[in-house]
Design a protein around this ligand. Structure first.
Ligand SMILES: [Zn+2]
Length: 676
């Protein structure tokens, strides 16, 4: 009976039919009338009007915590990559060296039987090194191996980054870390939901110790100790909102200064083991954190340090071990924390891993099949139109002095547009990939990435580098290199639709281009100059004028509720909210300039202006599980999609006119915010 019910349930739910590899990317139009809810009043709830149909027709798949237009496109890209990787996984002649690597990596990852057979054994070398520690003097070498081979963030993180004060060179960054939960606030909030989550986290950590072979009583005590240590580290860490201020993260020091912060830790041994001996310039992003860390190292017993390290070794390795580890890891971090009912199928985890570890080799395959020169030309043209709109806006801006304007225009002129993919592909030649050693492949790729990052220290900044792989459905602005980066994956339908006219494309992709550009001039990006130096180029009065306008947006978004009684932390989302509004304003101006003289036609009963706004809104259609919304409220600098649409249009008189909204309607705001 139960079985029959299950069959019926599956049969009536074709939306979640088993997925298969895709030979080509499917087409979804850039403005989808069926995704709208025309029964809604655009002047009352524009998000529902533009996205109501999409929300109704797109339930969240069981292996996702949320579902969105971006997420759906990302999954289609993954299925397309799956097909590519399946082909390359076949042993045989004709594969290039890079193709062989990603093919064999994928094959090893998909060999579930071999992974099951090795159980938790691949963790043993790390656990043995921890077990053999005789005193605190052994910590630096053990920790360095853990960091560079497993990408673990135990205790702290070491990385390379551009010197905030000198945009021409790369220095070492020592950063706060050491937590298992995704943000320090998970440890410090004392509402009932947060407490319950910590109890369940403790149970998960205890079960992981159980999987390492510890008896239940000991495992529970060890878990309590881990959480005690992590809580101290969390409290010593800056909040996500504080970390948005680059000045708070810039504390340059020499080796002597670093050692003085943590006298109990031998940095020479640590750095030598990490492969970067002899460094003498560091940015310690959070000195107070390192002082607290040193106190912990001095006061904790060796047994407790070992307990903490064993947890972090298991935590970092769990997703790559046998199913008992994978399922336990997913049970807390997927099911409990984000509310996702089901683990992703293996193919999806393996495609994501190839993308994460050998991403540019896979990206080259993606670009060769899905991103032509014509698409690059068109989207670059749109980018230049948006930049011209920003230029004109700056020139006409009434609240900024001529002196600051000059610097802002200089920054705009210096901005570099990176579209689709890097000019030079990363060479993974030194990563050894074996068809029979999945865990080893992950470790060697981690090591490659750590070494690649640390090798940049002391060298000039590579301004051609990308921090996103080409198939990624996303874009970013980097204030330190003053460039906007559009991955090929985000320039596909329904986001950028070459078959569509300009109205929805400028609303959608144009809005995103404007968004990234505006990041150069948001509350964070504005602190960097044209070359990417952290340098104040604003007059005091102009900075105040900016802050007053930004505060209007902070106050506006602070009133929006995310879930239950949780509101948007609008100091955290400030930069994104400013970029959303600035981006759409620029897209509108660029679209008007592009179509000046032409007479765009109405389609499907909508005017070109209405189609611009619906095209914009339809990038943001999404659904969330409640757990996802709670976790996101603490970790995501973006507001939920509903407010990324409704929160913008209320500030735009162009919207009011496009839909003939009446004064006093919910989508018409009396005191509008506007920064750019
Ligand atoms: Zn952004």
């Amino acid at each position: 009976m139960r079985k029959l019910f299950l069959l019926l349930a599956l049969a009536s739910c074709p939306l979640f039919a088993a997925e298969t590899p895709l030979a080509s990317l499917p087409y979804t139009p850039g403005l989808d009338v069926s995704a709208m809810d025309k029964s809604a009043d655009p002047c009352v709830d524009f998000y529902r009007y533009a996205c109501g149909g999409w929300i109704k027709n797109n339930p969240i798949p069981p292996d996702e915590s949320r579902w969105s237009v971006y997420g759906k496109l990302a999954r289609e890209n993954q299925r397309f990559l799956w097909g590519i990787l399946e082909g390359l996984a076949k042993n045989g002649a004709g594969r290039s060296a890079a193709q062989q690597k990603i093919g064999d990596y994928f094959a090893a990852c998909m060999d579930e039987a071999a992974v099951e057979k090795s159980g938790g054994r691949p963790l043993k070398p790390h656990l043995d090194r921890i077990f053999r520690m005789k005193s605190m003097r052994d910590l630096p070498a053990v920790l360095a191996r853990l960091h560079i081979e497993t990408a673990s963030g135990a205790f702290f993180g070491i990385d390379s980054n551009q010197d905030y004060a000198d945009a021409t060179r790369v220095i070492a960054f020592a950063a706060a870390g050491g937590l298992g939960l995704p943000d320090r606030d998970f440890y410090t909030k004392d509402d009932d939901k947060s407490k319950e989550l910590r109890t369940r986290y403790a149970a998960h950590v205890a079960r992981m110790f159980g999987l390492l072979g510890d008896p239940p009583g000991a495992a529970r005590r060890e878990a309590a100790k881990v959480i005690e240590i992590e809580t101290v580290l969390a409290k010593a860490s800056l909040t996500r909102t504080q970390r948005r201020d680059p000045h708070q993260l810039f504390h340059k020091t020499d080796a002597k200064g670093l050692k003085a912060l943590t006298p109990g830790f031998d940095w020479d041994v640590y750095l030598k083991t990490a492969g970067v001996a002899g460094l003498n310039t560091f940015n310690v992003t959070e000195p107070e954190f390192f002082k607290e860390l040193d106190k912990q190292w001095q006061s904790l017993g060796l047994a407790d340090i070992k307990t903490y390290l064993r947890w972090h070794a298991a935590h970092a390795g769990a997703p790559f071990l046998s199913s008992t580890f994978v399922n336990e890891d997913f049970d807390f971090f997927g099911r409990t924390l984000w509310g996702t009912p089901e683990l992703k199928p293996r193919w999806k985890r393996c495609v994501a891993l190839v993308d994460a570890q050998l991403g540019e080799a896979l990206g080259e395959e993606f670009v060769n099949r899905a991103f032509g020169a014509e698409l690059k030309r068109k989207t670059l043209h749109m980018t230049k139109q948006i930049e011209q709109a920003m230029h004109d806006e700056l020139v006409d801006l009434d609240w900024m002095s001529a002196a600051t304007k000059e610097k802002a225009l200089e920054k705009l002129r210096a901005m570099v547009n990176k579209i689709g993919y890097p000019d030079k592909w990363r060479d993974y030649g030194s990563v050894e990939v074996r068809r029979d050693d999945f865990f080893g492949n992950v470790a060697r790729a981690n090591l490659f990435e750590s070494r690649r990052n640390l090798a940049k220290i002391g060298k000039p900044v590579d301004r051609g580098e990308w921090r996103m792989t080409p198939p990624t459905v996303n874009a970013y602005y980097n204030p330190q290199t003053n460039d906007i980066n559009f991955a090929a994956g985000v320039l596909q339908p329904p986001l950028y639709d070459p078959k569509m006219d300009d109205a929805p494309n400028y609303g959608n992709t144009g809005g995103t281009i404007g968004h990234e550009l505006t990041h150069g001039f948001d509350d964070e990006g504005r602190h960097f100059d044209a070359r990417g130096n952290l340098r104040d180029w604003w007059t005091e009065k102009d900075a105040k004028e900016f802050n007053d306008r930004a505060q209007c947006i902070v106050d506006q978004y602070a009133r929006y509720t995310i879930v239950d009684d949780v509101r948007i932390n609008s100091k955290l989302t400030e930069g994104e909210d400013i970029a959303d509004l600035g981006g759409l304003v620029l897209a509108w101006l660029a679209w008007k300039a592009e179509t000046a003289g032409a007479r765009p036609e109405s389609r499907d009963g909508f005017t070109p202006e209405q189609r611009f706004f619906v095209g914009y809104a339809q990038w943001a259609c999404e659904r969330h599980r409640p757990e996802d919304l709670r976790a996101r409220a603490l970790t995501d600098a973006h507001s939920p999609g509903k407010y990324r649409v409704n929160g913008l249009v209320v500030n735009m008189p162009e919207f009011e006119r496009a839909f003939s909204c009446k004064a006093g309607a919910p989508m018409v705001r009396e005191n509008r915010c506007r920064v750019w």
